[in-house]
Write a protein that binds this ligand. Structure first.
Ligand code: ATP
Ligand code: MG
Length: 280
């Protein structure tokens, strides 16, 4: 009878970012397995150390921060204005997004008290700020924010409790140009990442109804798009046509780096810039 790596061993090696042969490797004895494990762990630790030393000695900035900066610069070049709004939002704002107590997404919200929560999305603040800007500026109006969002998720390889959303919106896109413009904006952002291989897929959104998702070659949802006029708009006193896209920055990174675990690129005290920190 042969044995494979134990679950603890597999988990440790997965944490260290080791992707090769973990599941299929077989051994005759526990001793042989131990020896093989030690060898792989040592090599994996060396790789992680190398990455961390490159960060400390050369790049000085995690890819998440770097991507955020690059995408911000890219959108500003396209005439988009960046805004920055609070992570704590009111229950009223969620209700205006149709996210009342009966809504399935409501169970994913981190409530701070009866009236406030950590934002699960950027859209409500973007609606609010844009409404105010429209009082003194004309459409077309291009706005974006990059910031943390929070959702209770049964965590897996693609879901974080705190993740970084890039949400852009263009108010006043002519009705007949919306689809083309969405494709163009998706292309501008993904080229800046860069991610070249992706496709659009029709998807039902619990907030926006029928919508288009942007999906990577591996089938990972990178972003969701939406268009207006939309029934939600009237709650924010907005009546023009528009297009919007929400990207998850950590998803863009796992996809670009052809990695498996989104946690490696997240805001974390266990991982830093794609590397495991506990490598003693
Ligand atoms: P999924 O169906 O994959 O759970 P979603 O459709 O609920 O995602 P959206 O509300 O469309 O997510 O959010 C826009 C983008 O934000 C997603 O396309 C994804 O890239 C990213 N995103 C959403 N939830 C998470 C999460 N928990 N962790 C990391 N990224 C996320
Ligand atoms: Mg989505």
């Amino acid at each position: 009878m042969t044995i494979t790596f134990s679950e603890t061993q597999k988990n440790r090696l997965t944490d260290l970012g080791w992707k090769d042969r973990l599941v299929t490797e077989e051994f005759e004895t526990a001793e042989q397995r131990e020896k093989a494990y030690k060898k792989i762990e040592k090599a994996a630790i060396a790789k992680n150390r190398e990455r961390l030393l490159r960060l400390i000695g050369e790049t000085h900035q995690p890819q998440l921060c770097n991507l955020e900066q690059n995408l911000s610069a890219c959108l500003r070049e396209q005439g988009f204005t960046q805004v920055t709004t609070p992570s704590i939002i009111s229950k009223v704002f969620l209700e205006r997004m149709s996210l009342d107590e009966a809504h399935p997404l409501n169970r994913q919200v981190f409530w701070l008290d009866q009236k406030t929560c950590l934002r699960p999305m950027l859209a409500p603040n973007l609606y609010a700020v844009s409404r105010q800007i429209m009082n003194f500026a004309q459409t077309p109006l291009k706005i974006f924010e990059i910031g943390s969002c929070f959702r209770k998720e049964s965590e897996g390889k693609l879901h974080l409790k705190e993740f970084t959303m890039l949400n852009l919106v263009e108010w006043g896109t002519p009705m007949e140009e919306r689809l083309e413009r969405l494709k163009e904006l998706a292309d501008i952002v993904l080229r800046a990442v860069p991610i070249r291989d992706y496709y659009l897929e029709e998807e039902f959104s619990q907030i926006y109804g029928d919508a288009l998702d942007i999906v990577s070659r591996e089938g990972i949802e990178l972003a969701s798009t939406s268009m207006g006029p939309h029934p939600l708009d009237s709650a924010w006193k907005i009546s023009c046509s528009w297009v919007g896209i929400g990207f998850g920055l950590e998803r863009l990174l796992v996809c670009r780096e052809e990695d498996e675990g989104i946690h490696r690129y997240s805001k974390s005290i266990s991982f830093l810039d794609g590397a495991r920190l506990n490598i003693k």
